[in-house]
Design a protein around this ligand. Structure first.
Ligand SMILES: NC(=O)C1=CN([C@@H]2O[C@H](COP(=O)(O)OP(=O)(O)OC[C@H]3O[C@@H](n4cnc5c(N)ncnc54)[C@H](OP(=O)(O)O)[C@@H]3O)[C@@H](O)[C@H]2O)C=CC1
Ligand SMILES: CC(=O)N[C@@H](CCC(=O)OP(=O)(O)O)C(=O)O
Length: 310
């Protein structure tokens, strides 16, 4: 059986480690590692990139831009987990479920950008509804969200695993979160949404919530259910139903290690108020799970292989 080789630049970071953990048992992908003290050595990286099938970037944006340019120079395919190229026209957006033809585009691409964690939830909810005309592209939306602290990378993990980090902390008060451009671009929203995220004192798990005035929940639920029918990693839950084990609450927990996103729609009996909810693991479908899914697609392998941590 053919084995493909990949190099992860940023292999020791939060996202890099989770990708390696998933790939440890992959039957057809082998991770080629770089010595820790050579991780910033451009020549050593170029040499590796010349020989592998795909380079995966798990770096801060500026470093990702540099390495992506080097990878392209030596003709190596790239999958970038950073937010540096998510709306770039010469990159393919790595969300297989986005629309018809997206999987095929990922399979052929030289450069794939892995979606942002919050953006994954928001785009999965909005794109089908805007495409269907059930939400107007110029609709002014507020998107609320909460993430586990691993979403903030090694620095936030250190802070939360030490003393005194807040149990709940809202942020995004500058109205300029880095995911807003990709949410707008890939959902097809003309109006800039207000995005108001928060971080909680737990490691993994995310909720993205979009309240809608004047919308009929049942119609939205039907449209989302039809759009994602047959998808392995995106599931629409029953209308107006809260899982028995968390009722009367919806929580960001329960999907750690998985590559699934669960979408929910709630609607008022009046038919003119609704709430859209996406639940996912910020390190799973929001990062490393999606990255392995994209690698499988890029290499022509079964899409679900090793995307989840058992
Ligand atoms: N955490 C998450 O939920 C998600 C993160 N991402 C994205 O993935 C990328 C990585 O994030 P995350 O894993 O959280 O970050 P971390 O801070 O956990 O890890 C980043 C890693 O990159 C290394 N690094 C930094 N600069 C360089 C460089 N020039 N060359 C080689 N290695 C370098 C760091 O090593 P050192 O500092 O020791 O040199 C560190 O190991 C970011 O762009 C982030 O936005 C995407 C989706 C979700
Ligand atoms: C809790 C937390 O800080 N989350 C990060 C987003 C997670 C992330 O790293 O997003 P990317 O996928 O774009 O890299 C933030 O709000 O900036």
């Amino acid at each position: 059986m053919k084995k493909y080789q990949i190099f992860i630049d940023g292999q020791a970071g939060t996202t890099g480690l989770q990708i390696r953990q998933r790939l440890a048992n992959h039957p057809q992908i082998e991770v080629v590692t770089i010595d820790h003290d050579k991780r910033r050595d451009v020549q050593a990286k170029l040499e590796l990139m010349r020989s592998v099938d795909v380079t995966v970037l798990c770096l801060p944006d500026d470093a990702a831009k540099e390495t992506a340019a080097q990878a392209r120079e030596v003709g190596c395919r790239v999958l970038d987990a950073s937010s540096a190229h998510r709306t770039a026209s010469d990159w393919v957006f790595g969300m297989a479920e986005l629309a018809k033809g997206q999987r095929e585009a990922i399979a052929k691409a030289a450069a794939v950008s892995n979606p942002g964690c919050y953006a994954t939830g928001a785009i999965l909810l909005l794109r089908p509804l805007i495409d269907a005309g059930l939400l107007a592209a110029d609709r002014e939306l507020c998107i609320n969200a909460i993430s586990g602290y691993t979403g903030g990378g090694t620095k936030m993990v250190e802070r939360y695993e030490g003393e005194g980090a807040p149990i709940y902390a809202a942020y995004g008060m500058g109205f300029d979160h880095k995911h807003i451009p990709e949410i707008q671009h890939w959902s097809g929203l003309n109006a800039r949404p207000i995005f108001q995220p928060a971080v909680g004192s737990y490691d993994q798990g995310m909720l993205v919530m979009i309240p809608l005035q004047g919308s009929n929940g049942s119609e939205l639920h039907k449209a989302l259910s039809a759009y994602y029918q047959g998808e392995q990693f995106v599931q629409v839950q029953p209308y107006n139903e809260i899982a028995a084990d968390t009722a009367p609450f919806i929580t960001p927990h329960g999907l750690s290690g998985s590559n699934r996103a669960e979408l929910q729609v709630f609607g008022a009996s009046s038919g003119n108020q609704a709430l859209l909810v996406a639940k996912l693991d910020n390190l799973g479908k929001g990062a490393s799970g999606a990255a392995v899914q994209n690698l499988n697609i890029m290499l022509g392998l079964e899409e679900g292989l090793c995307t989840q941590i058992a």
